[in-house]
Design a protein around this ligand. Structure first.
Ligand code: HEC
Length: 202
């Protein structure tokens, strides 16, 4: 029994100590460089004042993000966008309307005709018989007087120069004038009433 213990003791003394796991700290230099770089980044961000700097983002300002702004007179309004939002539901994106229900704007003699007539159609609407591009319609077109002069001019100019239409643009001033001078409170009774308007010197 005793001899056995002795042998194991001797064996232990002969051997090297078990290797032990030690903590190896990050070299001080590497830690210092990392810290310096992080600090440099933080300081740089603050010094360059990036907050609210449009040029550093996707170039949209706070005003761009706070929803549509009512178009002020003289501001460029996208007539195509107004058309898509206000007119396309009836006259269709193609401008061809729906046979028998909504008349076409593409190729329409009204759209490309007298500027004041177009302005008045948009300001007052139509409710009655009208002949458009050789076909008769008897529906109702609402008034768009709630739109600004700039929006009406933009959408009118858009429909006058899109598809096969080649009529000159209309100005916001025209709508402003027609709004002021017109005493009409109801939609036009049809094509005849519109023709009478065009014939009447202003
Ligand atoms: C609710 C459906 C509806 C909407 C929305 C509408 N229209 Fe009309 N529009 C009509 C109808 C219907 C007529 C024909 C009126 C009639 O039969 O009395 C018409 C007629 C017209 C005419 C004269 C006839 C022709 O085809 O050239 C013009 C110009 C016109 N619309 C332009 C517009 C524009 C521009 C917009 C958008 C700002 C618009 N309309 C929005 C239904 C609509």
């Amino acid at each position: 029994m005793t001899s056995e213990i002795d042998t194991s003791h001797q064996a232990q003394e002969r051997e090297n100590a078990e290797p032990e796991e030690r903590i190896r700290p990050v070299p001080l230099a590497a830690a210092a460089i990392t810290l310096a770089m992080v600090l440099f980044g933080v300081v740089y961000i603050f010094i360059s004042e990036p907050f609210g700097n449009v040029g550093l983002g996707d170039r949209r300002t706070v005003a761009d993000l706070s929803g549509p702004v009512p178009a002020a007179a003289g501001t460029a309004v996208d007539g195509k966008a107004v058309f898509a939002a206000q007119c396309a539901a009836c006259h269709q994106a193609t401008g061809k309307g729906l046979p028998g229900v909504f008349p076409p704007l593409d190729g329409s003699e009204w759209v490309q005709g007298d500027a004041r007539t177009v302005a008045n159609i948009l300001l007052h609407g139509i409710n009655g018989k009208i002949s458009v591009a050789g076909a008769e319609y008897s529906g109702a077109m609402p008034s768009f007087q709630q739109l600004s002069d700039a929006e009406l001019a933009a959408v009118a100019s858009h429909v006058r120069s899109t598809w096969s239409n080649k009529a000159p643009a209309l100005s916001a001033t025209l709508f402003e004038q027609e709004r002021k001078t017109s005493t009409r409170t109801t939609p036009f009774e049809g094509g005849a009433a519109l023709q009478a308007l065009a014939a009447k010197p202003d």
